[in-house]
Design a protein around this ligand. Structure first.
Ligand code: FPP
Length: 248
C-alpha cells in the first residue's frame, strides 16, 4: 500500500480540508464498457468490481474516512433476471474474496438500502461481514444495496410521524436534525464529494439529502476504467474547488 497522501488526515496548508472525509460514487458505465468490447454485460460488471477494489484501496491510501458506493439501486430490479442474477453472484463472490482485505486493511463495512430483498442467504453473508468488520477503523465502506434516496427519506418521515403521533415529538419541533438522525447515513461524516462516472449528469435518487452541500463531479470515464489516477485526480479537483472558496 502506498503511504497516506495526507498524513495529517485531511488538513491542507491553510488549515482548510483538502482531502474529503466522505466520498460517494455512482458507478456507471459497466454496460457500455462491455459493449465497446463486444462482451456480455456481465463482463462489464466484473471489470466494474475490479474498479471497486482499486477505488477502495485508493480511498484508504489517501486518508478518506468514508467511501459510499451505489452498487444496486432500487431501479436496478427493472433489469433482466439474468443481469440481476449476475450482479448478485458477483456480490457474493467479491464479498467472500474481499472480506479478508477488509479485515487486513481495517476497513469497516456498512450497508444502506433495503438489502433484505436479496434473500436470506446473501443477507446472512452480508450481515456477518458487517459484524466481523464492525471494529475496523481505518476506512468505512458503505455499500448501497437496493437503495433509493426518496424511500430513505419517506422511511425517516414515517418514523418521525409515529413519534409525533405517540406524543414523543411536537410537530412544530421537527427540524432538519430530526430527519438527519433517521437517515441510514446517520453518524457518518457529511458527504463532501459525489462522483458519477460515464458522462451521465444525474443523481439518480442517490443521497439526495446528503448531497446538499457536496461537491459534484461528473466524469466521462466509464466505471471499469476508473483507476487510482482517476481517484487521485478527483481528489485534486475537490481540493482546488475548496481552495477557490477558501473562506469556508
Ligand atoms: C452501472 O453500470 C453499474 C451497476 C448497475 C452496478 C455496479 C456494480 C458493480 C460495480 C459490480 C459489482 C459490485 C460490487 C460492490 C462488487 P450500467 O450497467 O448501468 O452501465 P451502462 O449504463 O453503461 O449500461
Amino acid at each position: 500500500m502506498r503511504p497516506t497522501a495526507a498524513p495529517e488526515g485531511a488538513k491542507g496548508l491553510g488549515g482548510g480540508r483538502t482531502v474529503p472525509r466522505h466520498v460517494a460514487i455512482i458507478m456507471d458505465g459497466n454496460g457500455r464498457w462491455a459493449k465497446q468490447r463486444g462482451l456480455p454485460r456481465v463482463a462489464g460488471h466484473r471489470a466494474g468490481a475490479e474498479a471497486v477494489r482499486r477505488a477502495l484501496q485508493a480511498a484508504a491510501d489517501h486518508g478518506v474516512e468514508v467511501l459510499t458506493l451505489y452498487a444496486f439501486s432500487s431501479e436496478n430490479w427493472r433489469r433482466s433476471a439474468e443481469e440481476i442474477s449476475d450482479l448478485t453472484s458477483l456480490m457474493r463472490f467479491y464479498l467472500e474474496r474481499e472480506l479478508r482485505t477488509l479485515e487486513k486493511e481495517s476497513i469497516r463495512l456498512k450497508l444502506i438500502g433495503d438489502y433484505s430483498a436479496f434473500g436470506p442467504e446473501l443477507v446472512d453473508r452480508l450481515e456477518k461481514a458487517v459484524e466481523r468488520t464492525a471494529k475496523n477503523s481505518r476506512l468505512t465502506l458503505v455499500v448501497a444495496l437496493n437503495y433509493g434516496s426518496r424511500a430513505e427519506i419517506a422511511a425517516a418521515a414515517r418514523k418521525l410521524a409515529a413519534k409525533v403521533a405517540a406524543g414523543d415529538l411536537g410537530a412544530s419541533e421537527l427540524d432538519e436534525t430530526h430527519i438527519e438522525q433517521e437517515l441510514q447515513t446517520h453518524g457518518l461524516p457529511e458527504l463532501d464529494l459525489l462522483i458519477r462516472s460515464s458522462g451521465e449528469v444525474r443523481l439518480s435518487n442517490f443521497l439526495l439529502w446528503q448531497a446538499a452541500y457536496a461537491e459534484l463531479l461528473f466524469l466521462d470515464t466509464l466505471w471499469p476504467d476508473f483507476d487510482e489516477k482517476a481517484f487521485a485526480d478527483a481528489l485534486d479537483r475537490f481540493a482546488s474547488r475548496q481552495r477557490r472558496f477558501g473562506g469556508r
